[in-house]
Ligand binder design. Structure first.
Ligand code: HEM
Length: 484
């Protein structure tokens, strides 16, 4: 009770305590602008401090050199309890941490690596490339005139359709294309409606109170029932093998479908804004555009003239300029938060040697945006520099320094340790392929008002921030390109 009223007092060796209002703590200041709030707290309290946020205590570790110290605490810091609790509340599936399912769920979890990485990755990426070309066909302007659209609408339409079909397969005998037909359009709209409620859901509002989001989620689940998916062709190994595993677990059909909604969200929610920013910065930065186009031209010159295009793993990996553009776009737009639950009282030893006592039941939080925008690591951190992740020879650059010391976790949009995104290689490939196809086939012009577009901060903590508004895009098929 004393805890709930906010009367916790700092014990010996505990990090500085930022209390704020009874119960609410500093949630309002934090929510308004997490980055500015955490920067100010770091200035005042140093590399580690505990904040009360809506009745819970979060200890923020802000020093990049202490990231590994947190990651090493797998025994005392639990990732799955927090993530699964949130997932269960938002997606409405059952509690996979209960002893009834732990063993079977471990098998489901191990499928991520088996089906999203290694040899499966090349197959998945190749399918994505084929589906991207089909999605572009569906929204191709007629003739050679200019067409107008929002850049975000354009990116979302193509990436959602191609990503959805790559994972969940094509509808057999579909007359209407997936993205433009009523079925595909409805799925995308439901996804965006559901995704739009995430800031509220993350703030603890029950989904039952977000009626439209709830309805959208249930509509998506209906579309992703195993019975429906059995009628689709070319389902990815990831979804097929999850379906088989969940069938063996004897869950009911709605529960199983809701885990598919969960996969749909994981595969799209960050990829869509990441693809947006990658194309946005490429189009508004002439040097980035020139370097990217040159790289795409070089690859296309190696390919036979016929379509659909297909790329080898080596060709995909050789596109280091596109990769640097995407990594730089991720650096500027990523605002995910990594949260662990302390399953016991323990001492966290920071990189500096400072010892911090952590209480059982508290959360440890890392906010990589503090690193991504650190001027000591990245000079002029707010500026987009397309070649920031390239060395002098145009090779991938992976050495970054703070105060002369190499930083291991300098770019963590995909999380790290137990919560590292298993789809990260596929995500990078998807966006690379999207940029390649769009730059090759279209003339594109942004029609942007003065100033730089800002990210939508209401989604801080949830992953890649989308833009606060859309930007007008004019595009037409390049005179010398044929997509058929
Ligand atoms: C988890 C980022 C794309 C599948 C995560 C997490 C992050 C992340 C930060 C950890 C979440 C946490 O700490 O709770 C991203 C970004 C992406 C992206 C920035 C795109 C730019 C994808 C794609 C897929 C995917 C394309 C699959 C096709 C997953 C899955 C998890 C996950 C399944 C949960 C893993 C687990 O429970 O252990 N992602 N992701 N992600 N991501 Fe991604």
């Amino acid at each position: 009770k004393r805890h709930l009223l906010g009367s916790r007092t700092r014990r010996a060796k505990e990090p500085p305590l930022v209390k704020g209002w009874p119960y609410f703590g500093v949630i309002l200041d934090y929510g308004k602008n997490p980055l500015a709030f955490l920067q100010a707290m770091r200035q005042k309290h140093g590399d580690i401090f505990t904040c009360q946020l809506a009745g819970k205590h979060f200890t923020f570790v802000t020093d990049p050199f202490s990231f590994s110290a947190v990651m090493r605490q797998g025994k005392n810091l639990d990732f799955h309890k927090f993530a699964m609790g949130f997932s269960q509340r938002v997606f409405g599936h059952c509690d996979f941490t209960s002893s009834l399912y732990t063993e079977a769920y471990r098998e489901v979890h191990s499928l991520f690596i088996q089906t999203l990485q290694g040899p499966s990755l090349q197959r998945l990426s190749q399918n994505m490339l084929g589906n991207l070309q089909t999605a572009f066909q569906h929204c191709k302007p007629s003739g050679n005139g200019w067409k107008e659209d929002g850049l975000q609408c354009f990116t979302t339409r193509i990436m959602f359709e191609a990503g959805f079909v790559t994972l969940f397969g094509k509808q057999a005998g579909l007359l209407q294309p997936e993205g433009t037909g009523s079925v595909g359009h409805k799925v995308k709209e439901d996804f965006l409606e559901f995704d739009g409620a995430f800031p509220a859901l993350a703030a603890g509002i029950p989904i039952a109170l977000c009626r439209r989001a709830w309805r959208a989620r249930e509509a998506l689940a209906k579309k992703l029932l195993h019975g429906e998916l059995h009628h689709r062709m070319c389902i990815s190994d990831l979804i097929q093998r999850r379906m088989d595993a969940f069938d063996r677990m004897h869950l009911n059909e709605t529960e199983k479908a809701r885990t598919n909604v969960c996969m749909l969200w994981a595969s799209q929610a960050n990829t869509l804004p990441a693809a947006f920013w990658s194309l946005y910065y490429t189009l508004r930065t002439p040097e980035a555009f020139a370097a990217a186009y040159k790289e795409v031209e070089l690859i296309m010159a190696q390919l036979p003239n016929d379509t659909p295009i297909s790329l080898s793993k080596e060709q995909l990996e050789s596109m280091t300029v596109l990769e640097s553009i995407i990594r730089e776009a991720l650096r500027l737009s990523s605002a995910s938060i990594m949260i662990r639950l302390a399953s016991d009282d323990f001492i966290l030893t920071m990189d500096s040697g400072q010892e911090a006592a952590i209480r059982k039941g508290d959360y440890i939080a890392l906010y990589p945006r503090l690193i991504h925008l650190d001027p000591d690591i990245y000079p002029n951190p707010m500026e987009f520099m397309y070649n920031r992740f390239l060395d002098k020879n145009g090779e991938r650059r992976s050495q970054f320094y703070k105060n002369g010391r190499q930083v291991k976790h300098y770019l963590v949009p995909f999380g790290s340790g137990a919560s590292e995104c298993p789809g990260r290689f596929f995500a990078m490939n998807e966006i690379k392929l999207f940029l390649m196809v769009v730059l090759w086939h279209y003339d594109l012009q942004l029609n942007e008002p003065q100033g730089t577009l800002s990210p939508d901060r209401t989604r801080a903590g949830l992953g890649i921030l989308p833009p606060s508004q859309d930007v007008l895009l004019q595009y037409r098929i390049r005179a010398d390109r044929y997509m058929e």
